[in-house]
Design a protein around this ligand. Structure first.
Ligand code: GLU
Length: 499
């Protein structure tokens, strides 16, 4: 058997370090067994998937050196590797299960589903809906069908008993069927859900080992049942421990930069970031901290993954990156890498129009644009003093702007402006004043180039990290204050979107 592993990201946002971490372990496992590693794009959620996000995922995986043997851009014998291009096949599989009585058409409306769940809750039962809850009398189905009412295809699941999943790291995991609902396989728009498309594709692409994050454990019973229904062998499952913030919570952009692009912009070496991701829950036999990708692959053993939640610690990453910079780069290589990082045209060209009009000589460039090549800015509280805004207001602006920036799904200058100017109106603060603390947080001074355009170029994580650190400097809200602000922010947002 040839080992085949895969990474199956959904292109719905900025490429996440968690995706790179899972990709690395899939690649290591495949390479260790002389197998293949596949990249598949799971873009069945058409409202949230974007081509820009897909491109960013491919670019950042390549930057890290996580190369794939088959994928949407390199092709391969099991293509297409983008689910939106495979969508016709899923329907046939779903209908096959309907014909065999393993799935059914469900005409229940959203309202009815809600009532059914409430009724179960009131009866003290788990809210997972079963076929017995969902079934409608035959004539009702017929009349809804005749009226062309929207419907979905759901799989049947046992009402009781338990299901045992074998996990390569955890051994057998037992889960109650009572908690598993009759999963939708095909949505009313004819698109498959993650569960159907994922199982069908893993089978058709001959995936032998599914190595993914532990958040998918609860989906495993449905997947196992689907494999059984189709009569296919199930790949071996391995659920990796999730990356965590230093406070042990799940790594999230609210607390930590999570985008790969941030780490690139910060000037980490891809080799060092990969080395650090490898150290997340895994160790070399000799416990060495610094090692290359190849050394990892030579020594790889998935059973050395420890299940304690690995902490993604920026200080430790920086320390390791420092080792790489000092030990692996001679002055020539340092100079090359630095030029590639700071002075590559892709990054530099969009900055030029922002600064050119304000520059008289090249020696003006670094003082004006140095913040594009910095990480955290070393600011002091005085920089935020303003003639008409109190510190209290400035803290609020920073916090609200941060929340606004955290909710932004399309990081692009017009959207950023729209969101922030809506907020400033709702707060009844002149946009010029509102943007003042952001100018300082992002560029270090109030007299810099457009802060909105700067944020668009710096990217979401870097921009948010700077606003967050400005807020920390001036004092982030206490628990009580935070709750009050949270409420106020929600109502301001409602006001801003109602306009
Ligand atoms: N599309 C899923 C994700 O976004 C894939 C999960 C899996 O590996 O099965 O993570």
């Amino acid at each position: 058997m040839t080992v085949r592993t895969r990474i199956a990201p959904s292109p719905t946002g900025d490429p996440h370090v968690g995706t790179a971490y899972i990709a690395l372990f899939n690649l290591a496992f495949a390479r260790q067994h002389d197998g293949q590693f596949i990249l598949r794009i799971e873009d069945t959620d058409q409202t949230r998937s974007t081509p820009e996000s897909e491109q960013a995922i491919l670019d950042s995986m390549r930057w890290l050196g996580l190369e794939w043997d088959e994928g949407p851009d390199v092709g391969g014998p099991h293509g297409p590797y983008r689910q939106s291009e495979r969508k016709d096949c899923y329907k046939d599989y779903a209908m096959k299960l309907v014909e065999e009585g393993k799935a059914f058409l469900c005409y229940r409306t959203a309202e009815e589903l809600n009532d059914l769940r409430n009724a179960r809750r009131a009866a003290g039962k788990h809210t997972a809906l079963k076929q017995s809850d969902l079934e409608l009398p035959g004539e009702e189905v017929e009349s809804r069908m005749a009226a062309g009412a929207p419907h979905v295809v759901r799989m049947k699941v046992p009402e009781e008993g338990s299901c045992v999943i074998d996990d390569m790291l955890r051994g057998p995991i037992e889960m109650d069927w009572a908690q598993v609902d009759c999963q939708i396989l095909l949505k009313s728009d004819g698109m498959p859900t993650y569960h159907l498309a994922n199982v069908v594709d893993d089978h058709l692409m001959e995936i032998t080992h599914v190595i993914r994050g532990e958040e998918w454990i609860s989906s495993a019973p449905k997947h196992r049942l689907l494999y059984e229904y189709f009569g296919w062998d199930m790949p071996k499952l391995c659920h990796m421990p999730l990356l965590r913030n230093p406070d042990k919570s799940k790594l999230s952009k609210r607390k930590n930069p999570t985008g790969i692009i941030y780490y690139q912009r910060m000037g980490y070496l891809p080799e060092a970031l990969l080395n650090y991701l490898a150290r997340m829950g895994w160790s070399m036999p000799d416990e060495s901290e610094k090692f290359t990708r190849e050394q990892m692959f030579e020594n790889f053993d998935i059973h050395r993954v420890s299940l304690g939640g690995p902490i993604f610690d920026l200080e430790k990453l920086s320390w390791l990156n420092g080792l790489w910079i000092r030990e692996e780069l001679d002055p020539q290589a340092f100079s090359e890498k630095f030029k590639q990082w700071a002075l590559n045209e892709e990054y530099l060209l969009p900055i030029i129009p922002l600064i050119q009009q304000r520059v008289e000589k090249f020696s003006d460039v670094v003082p004006l644009a140095g913040f594009f090549m910095s990480g955290d800015l070393d600011l002091d509280a005085q920089a935020f003093e303003h003639k008409s805004l109190e510190t209290e207001q400035i803290r609020k602006i920073l916090q609200y702007a941060l929340w606004q920036l955290e909710s932004e799904r399309h990081w692009e200058k017009d959207r950023l402006f729209q969101g922030l100017s809506g907020l400033s109106k709702a707060m009844e603060i002149k946009i010029r004043d509102f943007l003042f603390p952001l100018f300082v947080a992002i560029s270090g001074t109030a007299s810099s180039v457009s802060v909105i355009e700067s944020m668009a170029l710096l990217g979401p994580d870097m921009s948010r990290a700077r606003v967050r650190s400005a807020l920390n400097l001036l004092g982030s809200p206490s628990k009580k204050e935070g709750k009050r602000w949270d409420k106020e922010f929600a109502s301001l947002q409602r006001a801003a979107t109602a306009e």
